[in-house]
Ligand binder design. Structure first.
Ligand SMILES: NC(=O)c1ccc[n+]([C@@H]2O[C@H](COP(=O)([O-])OP(=O)(O)OC[C@H]3O[C@@H](n4cnc5c(N)ncnc54)[C@H](O)[C@@H]3O)[C@@H](O)[C@H]2O)c1
Length: 248
């Protein structure tokens, strides 16, 4: 999703700083954007460290002069029902998925205020809205926390002209789900009213709208981009928690 969004932002003229702890991945995204005529560079950071969050914002301002848009897309899975959760996993998932968006925003928002405003886009998940098909309490907690933090930040920074919105992706086919087997991928498609898995580009297009002036009067919203999954009724929700979904 980060790659697709960085490419689409760049195609609309944004200068993009691609941040990832995986240098190869970050460099490959920058190479793609550059080959498409865009302007991008990368910064390698583990975003759980506050110092890294500060440094990446400083790098964006140093390289491009100001910061208008922040997309918090970093995320890792957080498996386990409550009895399975270890302290190490809990801490890592909450740090990567939730703490990072707050601490990058901590340094990004003052920069946006300096240049008259900006747009923060947080990538949560439908798993932050309702119980998930997989047992993933740490992930659900982190993604739910992102939704609440989005609303709080939107309210606190409305008068600064900093808009803060949240996208809840549904079943999107990305590297995060490459390991998911065909049976589960079929379930992922079947659950959504549109009957298809999404693509990273679907999130990129929503993020581009939220980054643009076309959404200038939109802040604090939770936008599911999910093929209708969140609009579906109890039957679909029940399917999520049954091992054998064909029961219904
Ligand atoms: N794929 C889906 O179906 C789906 C559904 C709902 C929500 N989401 C959420 O969307 C976001 C993007 O998902 P994706 O599928 O594009 O993920 P992805 O795994 O393809 O990309 C995530 C990137 O984050 C980087 N990363 C991980 N930990 C990091 C850290 N500590 N510091 C810096 N970089 C780090 C990884 O190297 C990777 O390049 C995530 O927040 C994810 O939770 C995904």
């Amino acid at each position: 999703m980060g790659v697709a969004t960085a490419r689409l932002f760049a195609s609309h003229g944004a200068k993009v700083l691609v941040v990832d702890m995986n240098e190869k991945a970050a460099k490959s995204t920058v190479d793609t954007i550059t080959s498409e005529g865009g302007d991008a560079s990368y910064f390698v950071a583990d975003v759980v460290e506050e110092d890294s969050c500060k440094a990446l914002v400083e790098a964006a301002v140093d390289r491009f002069g100001k910061l208008d848009i922040l997309m918090n897309s970093v995320g890792i899975g957080g498996p386990g029902a409550a009895p399975d959760v270890t302290q190490e996993l809990w801490t890592r998932v909450l740090d990567v998925d939730l703490k990072s968006m707050v601490f990058i925003s901590k340094y990004a928002i003052p920069q946006m205020i300096k240049s008259g405003g900006g747009s923060v886009i947080n990538i949560s998940s439908v798993d932050g809205i309702r119980a998930a098909m997989t047992k993933n309490v740490p992930y659900a907690a982190a993604k739910g926390g992102m939704i609440s933090a989005t609303r709080a930040m939107a309210v606190h920074h409305g008068r600064d002209n900093v808009r803060v919105n949240c996208i809840a992706p549904g079943m999107i086919y990305t590297s995060m789900v490459e390991a998911v087997d065909d049976k589960k991928r079929k379930i992922r498609r079947d659950l959504a009213p549109l009957g298809t898995e999404g693509r990273a580009e679907d999130i990129a297009m929503a993020a581009t709208f939220l980054a643009s002036d076309e959404s200038r009067w939109i802040t604090g919203v939770l936008l599911p981009v999910d093929a209708g999954l969140m609009a579906a009724g109890p039957q679909s929700l029940l399917n999520n928690i049954l091992d054998d979904y064909e029961y219904i």
